[in-house]
Each structure stands twice: as C-alpha cells, then as structure tokens.
Design a protein around this ligand. Sequence first.
Ligand SMILES: [Zn+2]
Length: 308
Amino acid sequence: MSDAVVLGLDVGGSSVKYRLASATPSEGIPEALAQGTVSTPKHDPVAGLAAIARDVTALHRLVAVVVGIPGLVDEASGTVLRSANLPALDGLALGPALSAELEVPVGVINDGRAAAVAEARWGAGSRERDVFTLALGTGIAGSHIVDGRVVDGAHGIAGELGHVVVEPSGARCACGQRGCLETVIGAPALRRAWNRAGGHGSPKDLLSAYEAGDARAARIIERAAAALADAILTLLALVDPGVIVIGGGLASAPHRIVERAAALVAERATFHRVPAIVPAILGKWAGAVGAVSEARELAGRVVGASAG
Ligand SMILES: [Zn+2]
C-alpha cells in the first residue's frame, strides 16, 4: 500500500471526471496521481460512484472523497436537494451513503462551486485574495471566494449574480422575478433573442453573425453587454473584489459580450475600483481539481479531529 490519497469526482450528466492526489497538503495545485473520465452511473449512482472510487484507488490507501454535483446541494448533510441532469440523485443523502460504502469521509459540493474554488486558489484568481468567479452558460453562477474559501452568506445562497434584476419589467425568470441578468444573457435567452430577430441557431451562431457585422446580432450583444455591465457595477459596489474570473460555456473563445461589458464598466465606474476581468484558465478539469482539494481539507479535518 502506498501513501494516503484523496479523490475528487466531478459528476456530469454524461461523464464523471476523477482526480486522485496525495492527501498531504502542498503549496500548489494538488498534483494528479491519476486523472480521467468514465461514464456517469445513472440508475444506481451510489453503487456506481463507489465502484469508480474503488477502481481508481485500488492501489492506494483512500482517506477522503469529495463529489461535485450539478445541482442544489446541502453541504452540511451531504444531501443532493435537486439535480436537473441527474434525477436519480434528487433528495439522496449521497455523502453518508457513499461514506458507508467506502468507509471513508465523503463530502458533497456543487460542481460550479468546486470549479470556482479551484480557479480562485490555483487558476486565474490565484494572485488575489478576494476573487469573484462568474460562470456564464445556461444559467449564471457566481461565487465570492476570500482566501480560497467561498463566502456563502447566512443561508448559503450568496453570489447569485444571475438573479440581480437588470430589466425590472423584463422577461419572467425561472426564479420568479422579472428581468434577472439570466433572462438577458443566459444561453437560452440569447438563443430566443437571436431567433426572434430572425437569426438561426445557437448563441455561438449569434456571436459569429456579430463578428461578421450583422446589425441585429450587434443589438443583442449590446443589450447583453449593458446588462452584464449593470450587474458587475452592482457587484463592485457591494463586494469590491480584487479580480473577476469569467468561465463557463459561453465564455470560451473570445467572448465579445464580456469584452464589451468590461469596456462599459470602465466607462461608467465612478467611486468603484474596477478590477481585472479575466477568463478562467483551468478549463474542464477545474471541477475535479476543486473537489480533490476539498477532499484534502476534509481529510485534514478528520485527522485533526481524531488527534484532538
Ligand atoms: Zn432570477
């Protein structure tokens, strides 16, 4: 048996990314002893994830696991409250169930939060102690991270920049309010606006049309950028972050909405201190890196508790 290891799992709708690292804390990013992708077990997720963990750690002494889940998670109890992509997990006390199977502590974390922690600690935010990460995709997810830890408020919902109202009489949001940022720059909102304007295809096609000088595309991009700028100015006034890291599907490639929003923020800022607005750099492994580093902390807490 080799030294103690920790495992991070980033569970997606179709695949699970895993990263195995030494349990011993290090200065830099937790180096991968093994890393890879396997199919998501859909029908019996507890047995399936336990089997993945056993396979990956067969030659090692596993001491802690953290699982990143796409959905609403109660971290304190390790319960998945709701997961749109993986309904088999809904309401499941995944942490305790996996812990009973593997006989090690198992934590459960929201996948976006895991990726945000990784970007703040070792990615694009690593030079600042106060980082705000924003993931632009179907929804808009935000996390405020100070000294490598998420500041999640009294009820665990801080950072929801996607539900800041930017158009008070705008479209109804999934959350029930009108005119949230998500209703203007979420991927479905961009697709709807583009199709309503007579365009075809996805937000990527919208961006291509914009690059090609399409005036209808330019109006949509301008409206989206203005909405994002409003939200970022609110963020600067309330949080005053040292850097804003932007990732997610919509932010990959040169992202004109983000570039234009950053320019508008710089023009409109008065007392605000405008931080750098930079792209995320850890890419698709960010969630697994965040999960494995949380697993290291979990292992440390367990050792500390048994020593005390
Ligand atoms: Zn909303």
